[in-house]
Write a protein that binds this ligand. Structure first.
Ligand code: GAL
Length: 366
């Protein structure tokens, strides 16, 4: 494990900068959690992570936060994880406070590239290294970008929808992620690259959902559904929250389960919809893997080393080639929902509740 190697390297070289063991979290609510050290004398690297919100996806608090805490504790490095609650100004304030509290590496999931780039510029002017976590900050200056191959996420969604539709003629609606999220652009590009060449499919509606807001997604999908006169055969929804919103509208029109819907994040809701047959697929992105990759990159920076990267990602605005660690996402359908549970991405207790217990048993999940 890279992190253990880093610790051994630090021990062997007797480097002045040391990684310090963490105490218990001071607070594990969405407003923040810190790993505080017992040894205040250690000149330690301290890693700050600012998550974007609690609304766009349950992943940030239910998956990313615990995975990040576990990764940093395992590495014995001090950390501070906060959530900006969807407010870019609040993210800026949190960044200032973290830097004032001695954070030496700052990772952000930007709410938009402009505010993210300003945070990174200010941090670096104060000698703090920065990392883009999950979302690339366009025109940003992060030393590393840690995420999944987000174009492949879209390709998996496109192929998943095509598989669920078969080779019949079909009208498709795209419900895309937030226009301020570079990932959403990559997801849509990937899905279009698969579906557009399939001439039996016609895109009859497409719209981005500001801030991934699930309520607004329902309104937008209703409008697209009405504009298509209800002639919608498939929905390319960019994550499980948007997919759930579309399924709700389809349910109101007696079409849930007849119109395949995609998703992303392998949330409890998404997996339950797949088991119930109202959602065609989701994309699983292991938070443990992504958090571990962030911890490795951050600790490399703390140690003054180069992180192991998988390549570079071109910033579509500045043209900068950003050193990247991109992980592989997995397509999840009714046939392999159990893989998410086996991998620890969700639990049987959370997914197989109530009426889903029988569906889990049917799917061989116990
Ligand atoms: C994206 C992220 C996805 C999705 C969305 C909602 O940037 O990569 O996992 O959940 O945000 O926040």
């Amino acid at each position: 494990m890279k992190r253990k190697h880093s610790l051994v390297l630090v021990g062997m070289l007797g480097v002045a900068m040391s990684l310090t063991a963490c105490g218990d979290d001071s607070d594990s609510g969405s407003e923040g959690s810190e790993g505080s050290t017992g040894d205040s004398s250690a000149a330690a690297g301290k890693i700050g992570v600012i998550l974007p919100d609690t609304e766009s996806s349950v992943r940030w608090e239910s998956a990313d936060r615990p995975a990040l805490e576990a990764a940093f504790k395992e590495a014995g490095v001090e950390y501070d994880i906060q959530n900006a609650e969807g407010d870019a100004e609040r993210m800026t304030q949190i960044a200032d406070t973290m830097i004032g509290n001695g954070v030496t590496v700052l990772a952000i999931v930007n709410l938009d590239s402009e505010s993210g780039a300003a945070i990174q510029e200010k941090a670096e002017s104060q000698g703090v290294a920065t990392i883009d976590y999950d979302r690339l900050t366009l025109n940003g200056t992060a030393q590393y970008y840690v995420s999944f191959d987000n174009t492949l996420v879209g390709e998996l969604q496109g192929q998943g929808l095509a598989d669920c539709l078969g080779d019949k003629k079909a009208n498709i609606v795209f419900l895309n992620g937030s226009p301020t999220d570079n990932n959403a652009t990559l997801f849509a590009d990937g899905a279009h690259s698969v579906l557009d060449p399939m001439t039996n499919f016609t895109v009859v509606g497409e719209q981005a959902v500001p801030e991934w807001d699930n309520e607004e997604a329902a309104t937008i999908f209703q409008q697209l559904y009405t504009a298509a006169d209800g002639k919608v055969d498939g929905v390319l929804a960019a994550n499980d929250g948007l997919g759930g919103a579309a399924i709700g509208i389809l349910e109101g029109n007696g079409q849930a389960g007849k119109v395949p819907v995609t998703g992303q994040d392998a949330t409890v809701e998404g997996l339950q919809n797949i088991l119930a047959g109202t959602q065609c697929m989701t994309v699983y992105k292991s938070a443990t893997q992504e958090a571990g990759a962030l911890a490795d990159a951050a600790i490399a920076l703390v140690n003054g080393e180069d992180a192991q990267t998988t390549g570079t990602t071109k910033d579509s605005e500045s043209g900068r080639e950003v050193p990247s660690i991109l992980l592989e996402p997995l397509s999840i359908t009714k046939d392999n929902v159990g893989d998410v549970i086996t991998d620890g991405g969700q639990t049987v207790e959370d997914v197989c509740t109530g009426s889903y217990a029988a569906l889990c048993t049917e799917a061989g999940i116990s």
